[in-house]
Design a binder for this molecule. Sequence first.
Ligand code: ATP
Ligand code: MG
Ligand code: FE
Length: 345
Amino acid sequence: STILAIETSCDETAVAIVKNRHILSSIIASQIDLHGTYGGVVPEMASRQHLQTINPCIAQAFASAKLGWDEIDGVAATVAPGLVGALMVGVTAAKTLAILYHKPFIGVHHLEGHIYATYLSDPELQPPFLCLLVSGGHTSLIYVKDCGVYEMLGSTRDDAAGEAFDKVARLLGLGYPGGPAIDRAAKMGNREAFPLPEGKVSLPEGGYHPYDSSFSGLKTAVLRLVQKLKAENQPLPINDLAASFQETVARSLVKRTITCAIDYGISTIVAAGGVAANSALRAHLQAATQEHNLKVYYPPLTLCTDNAAMIACAAADRLNRGQTSSLTLGVQSRLPITATKQLYH
Ligand code: ATP
Ligand code: MG
Ligand code: FE
């Protein structure tokens, strides 16, 4: 089916038209310049900006796809998780259009969208696979058994991977968003310059959790290093610090992912979410999956971070299975990906 989807869960106003796993148009209006001066997303400003951008984005999505409403089978929007005020703008727009043009409405879980981004670049990909979902708000190992059938096998005890990149970038004066900035700086640095501690999650019975991550200790270690170097009046080796930090995160995430895939006998790994754009993470995943004879997929960089094409792709799968959402379905700031069933009837 052909879906018009809207994504406004955070700081991107995105609208896309997708036919099953094929992108017809994908418009992304980023608010990075707006929030950059504050060093992070300001929720009230995000909602107001979505309101101003949403209609032009919808018009652009139709113009760029060169089709009309008669060819649209359903209207979708991200309903959870995310900033409530921001989600409301996209969901209200989508429901209004669904009523106006007599189309079914499909609410989509944002993380399911991130997983579906991979289908857009690799349409032949099929579950089961293990998804390493690393984004601004999540660090999860999700066993994708089928559409809507998910098992959470690993998570983070504190910061999300993307959050750690953003915080360390701020510490190093690299600006917002931090992930791409650290990735660029790291290319000019020595990843072995500073040995940093890989965060581990202790188990009550002793030992460490094999799949869970922790990034707050690593972040503090970088902070202490920066403070020490500053106290000694030394120039900050930004590139070396960025490379060493990035290397530690990539190594730790890939180790957990491979262990989990082997333990569960899963032969295909998918990396998704903004941090899946990271070059060190990709390099480590490539090497490790090759060594262990596993298949690995990741979406192109532009589909790793937030976009509406991935939301449309997930909605198309739902609609193809006869699943639609009620027009009374509300937005939710938090919702585990294992609870997507409640979005459909
Ligand atoms: P969530 O999806 O959990 O709700 P989000 O939508 O804000 O959070 P995404 O858009 O998926 O997150 O990803 C944004 C995050 O990805 C930011 O934290 C950003 O720093 C990080 N990121 C983007 N590119 C890179 C990169 N090349 N290396 C590392 N991190 C990156
Ligand atoms: Mg974003
Ligand atoms: Fe996201």
